[in-house]
Design a protein around this ligand. Structure first.
Ligand code: ADP
Ligand code: MG
Length: 345
């Protein structure tokens, strides 16, 4: 863990201790109660305000672990593991798993296959699940791609089947859904001000306790230790997919990252180095950030038009920021890159 992260965690821990009141009631509405959780391979930080903050965080943490147990592709108890080892037979799954697969199929369609949750065998071949990275042989990729096709997934209420040689993974959307579910837990505890960070995903409930918007920083993909811009939000998720989040450098000196283009099985390299999606539904934001990263500079406009209630920030590989007009007054560029509003026509 970097020194900076350590410092952040120390400060967070200090605040937690400060708020660890004996009766677990946080009576000062301006003091945050926070909690760090490591789940889904991600450092998560949850922050809630109000007198029910402590029990709300407790339940949110339980919900995160419940979702991880259902959705992880690598844990042998999960629904996804069972589906991937079902030899083509039907598998009964939880309500969460069914909802996520349903959404993945919907967005698979609306993004013309840019989001394809059957990409998992290709991701494994590159070593992204084990961190034993290598550049696959081109013929190997071709043969794996023969079984990549989300349209072969059959979802019937809470029963799923996939072809024998296919495998699925919900890494592109699980954290977006988790954010939405944490917001539901918070609401059920009458929390009206909270913010969570799940790796590159931020999601807020309401606004800050003083009524002003949350300010969320988006990283600079060219120097991820620095922020690139700040967006103001309330009641929204801000979700980023970037080529700097998980990658390795090959013997050829090139960078290979974890978002795969189902068209050829290689890391998607279609003009974007990061895509951020802002909107009320974290699940949609997460699906779209991955899919638009794949769709790239030639495909993004078509897809974006179908999602008028969402805002987008794209960073191109030639170092330009493009963003949508809906966040014009809420967007502050703090990088040296140029930033321009996307012209839809
Ligand atoms: P992260 O979760 O790392 O912030 P993303 O939301 O963009 O980033 O999801 C990336 C993950 O999605 C990968 O680790 C992999 O599990 C999965 N994935 C990669 N390419 C695709 C794709 N084309 N369609 C669906 N899932 C993908
Ligand atoms: Mg995503």
């Amino acid at each position: 863990m970097s020194l900076r992260k350590n410092l952040v965690f120390t400060v967070i821990a200090a605040v937690s201790i400060l708020c660890g009141c004996a009766d677990k009631t946080n009576n000062d509405k301006n003091i945050a109660v926070t909690r760090d959780v490591f789940a889904m391979d991600t450092y998560m930080n949850l922050k809630a305000y109000g007198k029910n903050a402590e029990p709300a965080l407790e339940e949110a943490e339980k919900r995160i672990h419940e979702l991880e147990n259902e959705l992880s592709a690598t844990s042998e108890q999960s629904d996804i593991w069972k589906i991937n080892h079902s030899s083509g037979e039907e598998t009964a799954v939880s309500r969460d798993t069914a909802a996520l697969i349903d959404k993945a199929l919907e967005i698979g369609n609306s993004t013309h296959g840019a989001l394809d949750i059957t990409i998992f065998p290709v991701l494994k071949e590159w070593g992204f699940t084990t961190e034993k990275y290598h550049i696959p042989d081109e013929n190997k990729l071709k043969s794996l791609l023969e079984n990549v096709d989300y349209r072969q997934i059959k979802l019937n209420d809470k029963t799923v089947s996939i072809p024998e040689k296919s495998e699925i993974d919900l890494g592109a959307l699980a954290k977006g859904y988790t954010g939405d579910e944490i917001m539901e837990v918070f609401k059920s505890h009458s929390i009206d001000s909270a913010i969570v960070s799940l790796g590159g995903n931020v999601q807020a409930l309401g606004s800050k306790p003083d009524g002003t918007n949350w300010k969320v920083a988006v990283r600079d993909p060219f120097s991820p230790e620095n922020d690139m811009c700040v967006v103001e939000i309330s009641d929204k998720a801000v979700i980023t997919s970037g080529n700097y989040e998980r990658f390795f450098t090959g013997d050829d000196g090139k960078r290979y990252w974890h978002i795969i283009d189902p068209a050829d099985g290689y890391p998607a390299d279609n003009g974007f180095v990061s895509v951020t999606v802002i909107g009320e539904n974290g699940l949609n934001c997460d699906c779209l950030s991955t899919a638009l990263f794949v769709a790239g500079i030639d495909g993004y406009k078509d897809i974006m038009m179908d999602y008028p209630n969402y805002d987008f920030i794209f960073v191109t590989d030639d170092e330009k920021i493009l963003y949508t007009g809906g966040i014009k007054d809420k967007f502050q560029n703090i990088s040296s890159m140029s930033a321009e509003v996307i012209d839809i026509d």
